[in-house]
Ligand binder design. Structure first.
Ligand code: ATR
Length: 286
């Protein structure tokens, strides 16, 4: 017989608006089954107006949640409304993972950890670089910049269509981060060991601009946080030009690991079966 506490604390969620396209239930459902854990992970669509009430209600043990993920457009509000946001989420001003401790809502952001874990898995040694180029200056860009700075990359060139947004990130993330307009892209790529696309360019098969990756170091890695399609136009170009490429799906899979461990007490592994489950789902909705 299970005690009542157990039945209360084994439910996790992903909330967004909209949220029906989220693949997180597939990821956590796979791990729950793999470990044989009696828990659940559900998508909850919550409007921005209702989100503050949802955050308050999390603290009520009878609601039955152990924590969950937060996605667009709630990441900033989740950070602001959490009782105990950690340093990573505080620097980003956004949280994607919540859990309960002593009746208080704790928050972190695992996007950056997912990003570097994906590179660690698929491009071993990627961090022996001194210079990286990050294209884009939105929310996703922040997590990437923070994570590669924290791994010790000495110079991070943020290139953005709207240069002020890149400058804001350079101010926020300190001396290693430099802001540039689009026109400076080729120059910033000179000798760089990592190129990260964080913009929506080329998403869902849209046209992407032609990029000449040849100024980069010969063993440079090119990666994209967009994973639909898996091989984005930018990745295709980089591959054709002879560069190592890493697709963005692994970031999604790896960012889920710390949350699962917090809620369910077991550290899951990103394996090929899980990757294929998500790829099949992408094919189904293509
Ligand atoms: P996210 O939070 O997912 O990163 P975002 O905050 O909307 O999304 O940021 C999108 C990024 O893609 C921005 O860097 C944006 O450039 P601007 O800051 O100039 O808007 C970039 N982006 C989107 N469409 C683009 C395009 N057609 N050309 C160049 N950059 C583009």
């Amino acid at each position: 017989m299970r005690d009542s506490r157990e039945t209360f604390v084994n439910h996790a969620f992903v909330t967004g608006y909209p949220v029906k396209h989220s693949r997180s239930p597939l990821i956590h459902g796979y791990w729950l089954k793999q470990f044989g854990i009696e828990g659940s992970y559900r998508a909850l669509e919550i409007t921005p107006e209702a989100f503050p009430d949802f955050m308050r209600q999390l603290e009520d043990e009878t609601a039955g949640f152990c924590g969950g993920n937060v996605t667009i457009p709630h990441k900033e509000a989740a950070f602001r409304l959490a009782d105990r946001p950690d340093d990573l989420s505080a620097e980003l001003g956004a949280a994607n993972t919540l859990w309960l401790e002593d009746g208080e809502v704790c928050a972190t952001n695992t996007d950056g950890r997912g990003f570097v874990a994906n590179l660690d898995e698929r491009a071993k040694g990627w961090d022996r670089i001194s210079t990286a180029v990050v294209l884009g200056a939105g929310g996703a860009s922040r997590a990437v910049i923070q994570a590669i700075r924290d791994r010790g990359v000495k110079a991070i060139h943020v290139v953005n269509r709207t240069p002020e947004r890149a400058r804001e990130l350079a101010d926020r993330f300190g001396g290693a981060v430099h802001a540039h307009p689009m026109a400076a892209l080729a120059e910033t790529m000179s000798g760089a060991g990592l190129f990260v696309n964080t913009t929506s360019l080329g998403m869902d098969g849209e046209q992407a601009p032609a990029i000449d990756f040849s100024p980069m170091a010969g063993d440079a890695v090119v990666t994209d946080i967009v994973y639909v399609p898996l091989k984005t136009p930018l990745l295709r170009q980089a591959e054709e030009q002879g560069f190592r490429i890493v697709d963005g799906l692994g970031m999604l899979l790896h960012q889920a690991v710390p949350g699962f461990e917090k809620w369910f007490g077991r550290r899951p592994v990103v394996d090929e079966t899980l990757r294929q489950i998500i790829i099949s789902d992408m094919d189904k909705h293509a």
